[in-house]
Design a protein. Structure first.
Length: 76
């Protein structure tokens, strides 16, 4: 069964568009939505298991220029 998660992202001022464009290019990302409020972007990701989702977040999302903080919410 696939693991689904919602990732809430804070971006540096003026970098939201760049972050959104970079996120859309990643495998495993199902949707990317810029939002208002305490977070700048919310995305939905899916992976084959928890480790795959974790590697996506730490290995592919965190290094994107402009990403300052993430919160991962696993779907249950």
């Amino acid at each position: 069964m696939a693991t689904k998660a919602y990732i809430l992202i804070e971006a540096s001022v003026g970098k939201t568009r760049d972050v959104v464009a970079a996120l859309k290019a990643l495998d495993g990302v199902k949707s990317v939505d810029p939002v208002t409020g305490p977070y700048d972007v919310i995305l939905t990701v899916e992976g084959k298991d928890l480790n795959t989702v974790g590697e996506l977040v730490t290995g592919k999302i965190h290094p994107i220029a402009g990403v300052t903080r993430t919160v991962t919410c696993l779907a249950i």
